[in-house]
Design a protein around this ligand. Structure first.
Ligand code: R5P
Length: 298
């Protein structure tokens, strides 16, 4: 028991220092509860307000995608450079070390494989399991204009309700079907619908014309997917343009893990996202790192 005699009689209440009450810097997120903000801070770097999410959830409908055949071999070395990992619970439990303490964004919808109608998804994770896994957010695919549009939006709103009950943000992923035009008009529609219906942040695609109108009309943070593998410099340019035009970062998969040297590429992406470094400079850095690593036999 504490010794009463040792209690000090003098106190300092710092009466001249007003208590700070900083607003939460993430766009549209100031009214969220503490747990939501804390989880979002495991995704978006508190210093920059941006994120490099490493997306490796492709197997949930594609099976062993190129670059993800052996997550233990190819992805674990990338984890120190990612702010957040987006994956399925299968990969999380089987392959990701529980000592990984950054945010996990859990793939929470699924059902159809690449062989079927992709928009016909269901919620694929019980909220209790997401809590057990201590995830930072739940990711759900939304197929605006798709065959099962309403069902996919309902998946999202259901997860938003469950997420609010337990303090877990929901990432709305705007899925673009093969037959859909990927332009600013469509992505404005899809991202805004996700935000209006409660997603805490949205993943969409970068478009070279009008991307800033997508970020401007979406009241919560937007991150961009990387999409199909393109040359490194182009991928870095895309990431750069996106953050300069209002995106809060990237959720990038194939352009990192299918790159010639993923460890070098993810470091270059970080420079563009967190330090506003020009893509050409980041590309040079990537090449330098690649050469160094080759010399060291890595
Ligand atoms: C796609 O459905 C997956 O959810 C990926 O997480 C997403 O497309 C981002 O990966 P990538 O940069 O390879 O497009």
């Amino acid at each position: 028991m504490a010794d009463k005699d040792s209690l000090q009689e003098t106190h300092n209440f710092y009466l001249d220092i007003p208590m700070e009450n900083e607003p939460f810097r993430l766009r549209g997120s100031n009214s969220l509860d503490w747990g939501m903000k804390n989880r979002l801070s495991k995704i978006f770097c508190p210093e920059t307000g941006r994120t490099v999410m490493l997306a490796i959830d492709h197997g949930y409908f594609l099976g062993p995608t190129t670059g993800l055949e052996r997550v233990d071999v190819t992805i674990l070395p990338l984890l120190p450079y990612a702010d957040t990992l987006m994956c399925t619970r299968g990969i999380l439990r089987s392959t990701i070390p529980p000592t990984f303490t950054k945010g996990i964004v859990l793939r929470a919808s699924g059902g159809p494989s690449i062989l079927k109608e992709l928009s016909n998804e269901e919620i694929a994770v019980d909220i209790e399991d997401a809590i057990r896994l201590n995830v930072a957010a739940l990711a759900v695919q939304v197929f605006v204009g798709g065959e099962y549009e309403t069902k996919s939006i309902h998946n999202m709103t259901r997860l938003v309700d469950l997420g609010h009950r337990y303090g877990i943000p929901v990432l709305g992923v705007t899925a673009v079907g093969k037959e859909m035009v990927r332009d600013a008009k469509y992505l404005r529609l899809a991202t805004r619908i996700c935000a209006e219906l409660g997603a805490s942040y949205i993943k969409t695609y970068y478009v070279s014309e009008g991307f800033e109108t997508i970020t401007a009309s979406c009241p919560v943070p937007i991150v961009i997917a990387g999409g199909k593998k393109i040359p490194k410099l182009e991928a870095l340019r895309m990431a750069y343009q996106a953050v300069q035009q209002g995106a809060a970062g990237v959720d990038m998969g194939r352009n990192i893990f299918q790159s010639e040297d993923p460890v070098a590429m993810i470091q270059a992406v970080r420079k563009v996202v967190h330090e506003d470094i020009k893509p050409e400079e980041a590309y040079e850095l990537c090449l330098t790192l690649e050469n160094e690593r080759k010399r060291e036999g890595r």
